[in-house]
Design a protein around this ligand. Structure first.
Ligand code: NAD
Length: 381
């Protein structure tokens, strides 16, 4: 069985779906691995590193994909790349399928069996394959480091002979995987940290990291979590209550780190333009939700800029790709774990039982048909 690792072509993407370490382990399962030339360059791995691990280096995507029964990628390959994927091949990537209604039918039409790893159920058995967690954790860390670099003062309280510098006040919006890592990182740097979330379980998690909880607690927040562990989209009435509290809180803080997401939807706008206007000059907003539209109304996705009142807003897309070596290492291990979990040692081929909870969660298409319940055509669903 041949496995192809593609070079990522999207703007803002610096990661790669395999590392020299995972190439060795994949080869040990009985695969031959073809890595597209230059695939690892932005994650610190040369073609020679992959070759030394046992991979064949393919000149381009078509050469890597020729005869491949398995394809590893970070982002969903574009239409031109997909055209070179063999019918029946298993494609493992982050699909971002909700963003493009034409994608899943096109994958079925092309006969590609697509596994969307961002759709993994949040269960213990899936934790070591969980790409959202591994990448969000690093994004949360990176957000704080970039906010510290952009902030003109400093994070810890410093008592020096020349006087005292007050600590930075950091407010984290959304306390999922990224937000909790942001809280921990900001605390380690010495900031005074507070955070908010709509899920009831988040309050204790925030407090256990030494941050204070700021948030609306009402009947709606008691049921704000789906069975899968994600936040629900909140009502207009809730949003109004939240806005009053946020206006007060955002104005008091130096740095606001936004991480609030709702699976498959546009990110909720929590920091409005008037809230930004009320912040002190030199304050920093980091918007990790920029790819999903942003939690801050003034975010310009893909840009970093300074507002008229002197607030720096960093709305970069794809925060995990800003820490590519660590992000690629963990992403590559997530994919290795996924494939080795569903690997038939005798047949030396993937075996994805239709009844398995993880398989049901991630498979978008199979054998030329759409199989994922969230993407089935209307009458079939
Ligand atoms: P996410 O990236 O979807 O969202 C980030 C955070 O934003 C979440 O905590 C969410 O509640 C919050 N949020 C959404 N709308 C908001 C709003 N209007 N105002 C304030 N906050 C809002 O979340 P995630 O990091 O993927 O984590 C989701 C859940 O899954 C968490 O409970 C996490 O602990 C859990 N989880 C479980 C596993 C596992 O068991 N395998 C693995 C990873 C995460």
């Amino acid at each position: 069985m041949r496995l192809a690792v593609l070079r990522e072509r999207r703007e803002f993407e610096a990661r790669v779906a395999a590392s020299p370490e995972t190439v060795k382990k994949l080869a040990a399962l009985g695969m031959t691995i073809a890595v597209e030339a230059g695939a690892g360059t932005r994650s610190g791995w040369s073609d020679a590193d992959f070759a030394a691990a046992g991979a064949e280096i393919a000149a381009d995507a078509a050469a890597a994909l020729a005869g491949a029964g398995i394809v590893f990628a970070v982002q969903m390959p574009d239409a031109a790349e997909r055209a070179a994927i063999a019918r029946g091949a298993l494609l493992v990537s982050i699909s971002n399928a909700f963003a493009d209604p034409a994608l899943v039918p096109a994958l079925a039409e092309a006969g590609i069996d697509a596994a969307a790893l961002e759709m993994l159920p949040r269960i213990t058995r899936a934790q070591s394959m969980d790409v959202l967690s591994s990448q969000a954790n690093l994004a949360g860390y990176r957000a704080v480091i970039e906010s510290a670099a952009a902030f003109d003062r400093g994070f810890p309280m410093m008592m020096t002979a020349a006087g005292t510098v007050p600590p930075a006040r950091v407010f984290v919006i959304g306390a999922g995987v990224a937000g909790l890592q942001a809280i921990a990182t900001a605390r380690r740097l010495g900031a005074i940290v507070s955070a908010t979330d709509v899920r009831p379980a988040a309050k204790e998690e925030i407090k256990s990291l030494g941050a204070s909880f700021v948030g609306v607690e009402d009947e709606e927040t008691k049921a704000a979590q789906t069975a899968g562990g994600y936040a629900k989209e909140m009502s207009e009435a809730f949003r109004q209550k939240q806005a009053a509290l946020m206006a007060e809180t955002v104005a008091k803080n130096d740095i606001v780190i936004c991480t609030a997401l709702v699976m498959g939807r546009k990110a909720p706008v929590i920091v409005t333009a008037p809230m930004v206007a009320a912040m002190r000059a030199g304050s920093v907003i980091i918007d990790l939700a920029a790819d999903a539209g942003g939690n801050c109304a003034a975010t310009r996705p893909g840009e970093a800029y300074v507002t008229e009142n002197g607030v720096k807003i960093l709305g970069h897309r794809n925060w995990p790709a800003r820490i590519p070596v660590a992000a690629s290492s963990l992403y590559a291990r997530n994919l290795l774990t996924f494939l080795s979990t569903f690997w038939d040692k005798e047949a030396k081929a993937p075996k994805l039982p239709e009844t398995d909870e993880i398989v049901k969660g991630v498979m978008l298409t199979r054998g030329g048909a759409v199989v994922h319940p969230q993407f089935l055509p209307a009458q079939a669903a």
